[in-house]
Design a binder for this molecule. Structure first.
Ligand SMILES: Nc1ncnc2c1ncn2[C@@H]1O[C@H](COP(=O)(O)OP(=O)(O)OP(=O)(O)O)[C@@H](O)[C@H]1O
Length: 356
């Protein structure tokens, strides 16, 4: 990465026995859309709050353009913020809300008027400038919160679950808008969510957190197709997990066909030398077919039709249940409960997972 705009190193924050941040190291590139993703309690808000300066780390260092800002108060960090619970001021109009950060920074009134108008246009809310927040819908309020956070042209925008209170359709619309705004402005976004789809659709890079530590980071495609361990594979999308014994290679691009697995599970492997590895197989990488000697035999247990795709649970006598996602427009067979089928996959479909 070219010199990062923001770096956090060896960040630690504990609450009693809880490691909210456990030795976190992270560089944020200028202009990047970075997402902190993880289950509830994984440390996302704590990390964002430490960057914002709302909480003090037990130890660790934060730098902005190589300058140490670890002990700088939040109001002097100059980050734009859209936090849950950091709502619009209810007694101020939309215009006054958006003007607030500029007034705090003692900008001249002509500049305030110009910047407020620009910020409201940016989120397409110019016509609502004289309303009170209570006269706006949830989505409109979030747009104003965004305009307020952006009005003073911050270098970095911190967003904590800004869309979580909105319904699904509005959320999807605003995801597009936020992404477009990010592309247009080139500002660095650090975005917290626990919603995997939101993270995959918007981010340049995703940081996956668990128990205050980084499990894996990368672009959405890498994380989805090359999850490092079971936690990541399970958290980001759905996966089938199988244990197989391999001889020699255990790198993450192991080629392993259904035949190999069939051989492995049909044979008593306790006397075979080799390593047992855990493989992840995405449901959409599995193929269903008519019974076939090359593939694993299985019986359809349940089918759920979703329009474009159908989800099929099949049972294999040793591997147990596996989830298969098939396109409904291109099937060799029509899966129904009780049908004997075969399951297979391309040799490069399985991903070898690390133990932790
Ligand atoms: N003020 C606090 N006092 C005690 N424990 C806290 C405090 N703030 C956070 N924690 C604990 O630190 C851990 C990380 O919390 P954090 O809020 O960062 O998680 P999160 O990933 O943002 O979760 P969520 O998605 O539920 O908001 C949790 O176990 C939480 O209970």
């Amino acid at each position: 990465m070219a010199s990062p705009i923001l770096s956090i190193s060896d960040a630690v924050k504990t609450y009693g026995d809880t490691h909210a941040l456990n030795q976190v190291n992270l560089d944020v590139a200028e202009g990047e859309f970075l997402t902190l993703l993880g289950p509830s309690g994984s440390g996302k808000t704590t990390l964002l709050s430490a960057i914002a300066g709302f909480i003090k780390m037990d130890s660790g260092k934060l730098t902005l353009r190589a300058e140490d800002i670890t002990n700088r108060p939040p109001e002097h960090r100059d980050f734009g913020m859209v936090f849950q619970g950091y709502a619009l001021f209810p007694t101020m109009t939309v215009r006054e809300n958006v003007a607030f950060p500029l007034k705090v920074r003692k900008k001249p009134s002509s500049e305030i008027t110009k910047r407020v108008n620009e910020a409201l246009e940016m989120v397409q809310m110019g016509a609502f400038a004289d309303r009170m927040p209570s006269q706006l819908s949830g989505g409109q309020q979030q747009r104003i919160a965004l305009a307020r956070a952006m009005s003073f042209s911050p270098q970095v925008l911190l967003l904590d679950e800004p869309l979580s209170a909105l319904d699904k359709k509005l959320r999807a619309d605003l995801q597009w808008e936020l992404k477009a705004l990010h592309n247009q402005l080139g500002v660095t976004f650090i975005y917290v969510t626990h919603d995997q789809d939101e993270a995959l659709s918007m981010s340049d890079r995703i940081i996956i957190l668990k128990d205050g530590g980084i499990q894996q980071q990368g672009d959405p495609n890498t994380l989805y197709n090359r999850p490092r361990n079971k936690f990541v594979a399970d958290f980001l999308g759905k996966s089938n997990f199988i244990d197989v014994t391999v001889k020699g290679q255990t790198n993450s691009t192991l080629h392993c066909t259904a035949q190999d697995v069939a051989f492995d599970v049909e044979t008593d492997t306790t006397n075979t030398t080799g390593d047992t590895v855990k493989l992840a197989l995405r449901p959409e990488r599995l193929k269903l077919g008519a019974p076939n000697e090359e593939f694993l035999p299985a019986v359809v247990k349940q089918v759920s039709y979703l329009g474009e795709r159908c989800q099929v649970i099949v049972t294999h006598k040793t591997l147990g249940e596996m989830l298969v996602s098939c396109p409904t427009w291109k099937t060799d067979i029509t899966p129904v409960a009780g049908l004997t089928v075969s399951i297979g996959w391309e040799p490069d479909a399985p991903v070898v997972l690390a133990d932790n």
